[in-house]
Write a protein that binds this ligand. Structure first.
Ligand code: NAP
Length: 296
């Protein structure tokens, strides 16, 4: 068997075009342009690339994109003041703090300082609590993107056994909570694995849908996958590639070549979950702007 490739770039472009239509509608009927603010503290090069991609995508969708760059030595009070100022800015409907923060700043403090109504990453206690309670508002972008990929590619998780490898707050936990929701496009039976899971391959081999979000290059090999499974690779890992000018290349958490021979469908890295994450961030920003309009 050679797996179907789930093309995240193509699906994300579809979603981004739907969002651009929604932005135009909001402008035409309410004279409101959705605004997204991204706060970047410090000089982490990978974070700078992520922020640039988010800003570019927001602008392409017709949104206002504000990029707030703060120096690495920013204090907790200064970060807090920046967040408060954006929280009070009516032109900004969605905002986020790019992670990771420099070590002296507490990410939990920064996240919970965000107003839940503008928390388009869906990470505040309020928004994660709403997801737990089955009334999601802003679903974290990567899990939301994975769910859309499954639905739009015809692999509805309804009734399926989903095994999630990874239990982080931004991917593993929220995707598990999302797929057990009692609603269309979810209704899955979910098992969560992590670094302390014993005999992980016995569990991954039971998955109808296997989601790998662990941050270990090519960790999931073909022996760990059931024949005909759907495999979603969230991992983004840099490995050395001396033949390339940059000296590195990106690979996922799944051994793509080996697993492609066994799976029914698989997402590539790059070009899989990554583009979907950005698309869903824009979707949350559009929804935030619509909620703002509804409250006027
Ligand atoms: N494409 C995208 O848009 C996107 C978005 C977010 C993240 N990512 C990528 O996805 C990957 C995961 O990100 P993350 O933020 O969730 O990472 P994380 O916070 O580092 O969490 C990794 C999780 O994997 C588990 N784990 C580590 N080694 C394991 C092993 N050998 N066996 C089983 N579980 C293991 C950890 O278990 P413990 O909890 O026990 O430590 C942890 O729960 C990274 O490569 C990241 O770059 C991609």
């Amino acid at each position: 068997m050679t797996a179907n490739i789930i093309d995240g770039t193509k699906l994300a472009n579809q979603i981004r075009s739907e969002i651009a239509d929604g932005v135009q509608e909001l402008k035409a009927h309410h004279n409101i342009t959705p605004g997204l603010a991204v706060i970047l503290v410090g000089n982490d090069p990978a974070s700078a690339v992520y922020v640039r991609n988010k800003q570019r995508a927001a602008t392409e969708a017709g949104m206002i994109a504000e990029d707030i760059k703060l120096p690495a030595e920013t204090t907790r009070d200064e970060l807090s003041a920046t967040i408060t100022s954006l929280a009070n800015n009516d032109d900004i409907h969605g905002m986020l703090v790019q992670m990771p923060l420099p070590e002296h700043l507490d990410p939990v403090f920064a996240i919970d300082k965000l107003p839940a109504s503008k928390d388009v990453d869906g990470l505040t206690s309020t928004n994660s609590g709403l997801l737990v309670g089955g009334r999601p508002r802003f679903i974290p972008a990567t899990p939301a993107g994975i769910q859309q990929m499954l639905i739009r590619s015809g692999y509805d998780p309804n009734g399926k056994h989903v095994v999630v490898c990874g239990r982080s707050d931004i991917v593993g936990k929220p995707i598990s909570l999302l797929l057990i929701q009692k609603q269309l496009g979810a209704n899955a039976t979910v098992t969560i694995c992590h670094s302390r899971t014993h005999d992980i391959e016995t569990i991954t081999r039971q998955a109808d849908i296997l989601i790998a979000a662990i941050g270990r290059p090519r960790f999931i090999n073909s022996d760990m996958v059931k024949k005909g499974a759907i495999v979603i690779d969230v991992g983004v890992n840099r490995i050395e590639a001396p033949e390339r000018k940059s000296g590195y290349r990106l690979v996922g958490d799944v051994d793509f070549d080996g697993v492609s021979e066994k799976a029914k469908a698989i997402t590539p890295v790059p070009g899989g979950v990554g583009p979907m994450t950005i698309a869903m961030l824009l979707k949350n920003t559009l929804e935030a702007a619509k909620s703002y309009v509804a409250q006027q």
